[in-house]
Design a protein around this ligand. Sequence first.
Ligand SMILES: Cc1cc2nc3c(=O)[nH]c(=O)nc-3n(C[C@H](O)[C@H](O)[C@H](O)COP(=O)(O)O)c2cc1C
Length: 243
Amino acid sequence: MAAAFGACREEVRGEGCGFRSEDLMDSFEDADNRGLEAEELREASDLEKQKASNAAKNIISILTYYRKHTNRLFCGKRCCIASTAPLSSSLNISLGRIQQSFVLTDPNLPDMPIVYASDAFLSLTGYSRQEVLGRNCRFLNGPGTDVETLQEMKDSIQAEQACSVRVLNYRKDESTFWNLLHISPVRNATGKIAFYVGVQINESSKDGNGLSPEMRQFSAVASVKVAVRSLSACAGPSSRSSS
Ligand SMILES: Cc1cc2nc3c(=O)[nH]c(=O)nc-3n(C[C@H](O)[C@H](O)[C@H](O)COP(=O)(O)O)c2cc1C
């Protein structure tokens, strides 16, 4: 535990996370010291480091998302991120008509959190909407997830390109499924990337009305793009992601 907190603390100190909070650092120091009293000091394993890194990224992602959308600091209680989701109600309604598992993430927020999750995504993964909004999709990864596949996704996102992968994901109850995942940037009416959409298909599911996984992914992505473009065209120059 002490080693995990140590690795977590290093991640928070690191350059990559883009967030430095003295309060958060202090709580890691306290927890670290308590752990040292109770446990023998040892080197953290790669898995522990990965878990600590993911935990730190998730905490930071949720705190920064909450702060950005409420203008308030986190104050001890679990915040209800779902009620502060920034999407317009018209966009929410349009997206709600798409009957597939998908999420939208916002590349203009730190760590690209989920800002919309479809009902089918919640059924597939076993999480509630409140549990997923504000988090990066990496919470679906687990010990058996292939790190090269994760890197492939990361590279494509950084290059602002679409990608399709087959990735082992974990539900809330820790059962696994092979996710045929397609990720694509979604541009608004001015051509800026407003969101990324990720469409998840459970490889072993028989649903799909005879359509291939690629066709189902294509259809969901096309519907999301139409919804975002038509609504951002109506919303005028102050619409999201023009920064
Ligand atoms: C829109 C979108 C949807 C994503 N959906 C999933 C998903 O369903 N399952 C998954 O394992 N990763 C998904 N990812 C990828 C992760 O968010 C993340 O990019 C990946 O874990 C690699 O980054 P990391 O090394 O920082 O964790 C998605 C990414 C985006 C942008």
